[in-house]
Design a binder for this molecule. Sequence first.
Ligand SMILES: CC(C)(COP(=O)(O)OP(=O)(O)OC[C@H]1O[C@@H](n2cnc3c(N)ncnc32)[C@H](O)[C@@H]1OP(=O)(O)O)[C@@H](O)C(=O)NCCC(=O)NCCS
Length: 209
Amino acid sequence: MIANLGTIMDQRGTVTIRHGLRQDVARVYDVYADAIEMIRESGVPIRRRPRHDIDRLCELSLGADFLRIAEGEGGGGVVGFSVSTRREGWLHLEEIGVLRAWQRRGIGSALLRVLIKDCLDIDCVGITLTTDRLLPFNAPLYRQFGFREPGREAPRHLRDLLRHERALGLDPHRRVGMLLRKSEVAPEALSAWSPVVAAPNGERRTKSG
Ligand SMILES: CC(C)(COP(=O)(O)OP(=O)(O)OC[C@H]1O[C@@H](n2cnc3c(N)ncnc32)[C@H](O)[C@@H]1OP(=O)(O)O)[C@@H](O)C(=O)NCCC(=O)NCCS
């Protein structure tokens, strides 16, 4: 039995957040490839990683039990994921994505809450990630969960990743590293593992228990 890490319910049905399994790995790339189109459509240049790259990260993430899957009911299959790995004492969010047809239902937020819960459950400093500074579903979304730019205290792996992105041609003015220290996790984010419930009118609320 796979533990249910959270549930999203709205008029369109139910989505469950759960631990990733080996059979999910092949599907994650398809969700990633669809989700990343959203960035391209926004006019921001982005590098679509090759399948073998995402598969490798998924395997690493799965091995440490950091692969998280959002599964739609009624044959929806994998509709979202988050892939994280350990980097220099931090839990690093490598990729997160939700199929375009399933976005704006709270799935990305639910995956982020589960990520924060994962971070609190393991021995690590906190969470790191790199993202776009301006897209509303990137840095501004992470900020809602307490992530911030590190300034001078940027961990080395974050600086290395930004340097690597620059070398790949991504705009250094748009790319930004962010972190959330365990000690800075806000109580609101701690409702992470409570099922997230959306009311029929689309208004979301969290339910404890
Ligand atoms: C980031 C992502 C996973 C969020 O998934 P999601 O399921 O749509 O997220 P949520 O429904 O929880 O949205 C949370 C908030 O993000 C912001 N947001 C999300 N999508 C948005 C959009 N298209 N336009 C404006 N704001 C948006 C809103 O503030 C939203 O809250 P609201 O719906 O109450 O207004 C999804 O947008 C995605 O897959 N994007 C492409 C891949 C990507 O950018 N990954 C992150 C790379 S660092």
